[in-house]
Design a protein around this ligand. Structure first.
Ligand code: 13P
Length: 337
């Protein structure tokens, strides 16, 4: 394992005031996003949309890497240039989602375990050949009346560590993503408890399996109220709770924590990140973004399935990337009127 190379890629991912664009929606998930704008999810439409995002001029000023789906890392733009090469020309690192999705956990009441370990070493080698520098695996932890179970947290943490070790051996920096969902009516305190238990289990397993933390990135949820909770925590409360739980659980050897947006609005996701960086420095790790919906929502609507709208979609994406970059620098001052 080349630890120096892994750690230099991880450092580049959290380069000052840069974050990741998560554009690795699986075929099922991108269909849902396209349904919201009444566009049929064909291979060509997916290509056109992602080509639109990746050809945004100046994107590399704010985005260090883009997480791709298997189809996308093999796809070429309309002019024949590989999409991964378009990113590289912008100084952006291509990454790849390598999990096979969250599947029902046997014997459990609606919980899931993320699959995809079978054959993973071989797929990692192929993705390295296709230009990938880092990988992503998302585990999903759901909060409910009697869940998450200890078993669910344990099996997901175990799989995350197995994935991380396989990626490091194959030369990819693993993004370790344990997502505690916002779905439900739970309080921010309950989210804090579940996030703390989950991150403790994840770092136990990473340690037990000899994952080199310097060559990893953590992609967690923020500690936040459930979407249906009548009492919604404010921006500062989310920042205080999130930083407290991360300090308790994430070793300082981890170079960066790059949050998922998880269903927050674009502006909430920026405000929360800003509040953490503005009010809680110094922290042992960089705090940045790896947003999917919170970077793409406006851009997707503006594109609307029509390449004639490419420029306005790109302007939306660039603006969100710039605002989140400001949130990393703790200089976000709100949205322009
Ligand atoms: P969201 O920011 O839309 O939650 O997506 C990030 C991601 O990569 C989820 O796996």
């Amino acid at each position: 394992m080349n630890v120096a190379q892994l750690s230099s890629v991880a450092e580049a991912m959290v380069a000052d005031n840069k974050g990741l664009l998560a554009a690795d929606e699986s075929t099922g998930t991108i269909k849902k996003r396209f349904d919201s704008i009444n566009i049929e999810s064909t291979e060509e439409a997916r290509r056109d949309y992602r080509e639109t995002l990746f050809t945004t001029n100046g994107l590399g000023d704010f985005i260090s890497g883009v997480i791709l789906f298997d189809e996308t890392i093999r796809q070429s733009a309309a002019d024949g240039t590989r999409l991964a090469e378009i990113l590289e020309r912008q100084g952006i690192l291509p990454g790849i989602k390598v999990d096979a999705g969250a599947k029902p956990l046997a014997g459990s009441d609606g919980e899931t375990v993320t699959e995809g370990l079978d054959g993973l070493a071989g797929r990692v080698a192929e993705y390295v050949d296709l230009g990938a520098k880092f990988a992503k695996w998302r585990a999903v932890i759901k909060i409910g009346d009697h869940i998450p179970s200890r078993a669910c947290i344990h099996v997901n943490a175990h799989a995350l560590a197995r994935y991380a070790k396989i990626c490091q051996e194959g030369g990819l920096v693993p993004i370790v993503e344990p997502e505690v969902l916002m779905d439900g009516g739970h309080t921010i305190e309950r989210c804090a408890d579940v996030t703390e238990a989950t991150l403790n289990a994840v770092y136990d397993e990473l340690y037990a399996q000899g994952v080199v933390l310097e060559g990893t990135i953590l992609k967690p949820n923020m500690v936040i109220s459930g979407k249906e909770c009548p009492k919604q925590a404010g921006v500062d409360e989310v920042a205080v709770a999130t930083v407290a739980i991360l300090k308790r659980t994430v070793p300082s050897a981890v170079p960066g924590i790059m949050f998922l947006s998880g269903g927050q609005t674009e502006i909430q996701a920026t405000e929360h990140l800003h509040a953490m960086n503005a009010n809680h420095a110094p922290l042992p790790w960089k705090l940045s973004y790896s947003y999917g919906r919170a970077l793409q929502e406006g851009a997707l609507k503006a594109w609307g399935g029509n390449n004639a709208n490419r420029q306005s979609a790109q302007a939306m994406l660039l603006n969100r990337a710039r605002q989140n970059s400001s949130a990393c620098a703790a200089t976000y001052t709100g949205e322009a009127a």
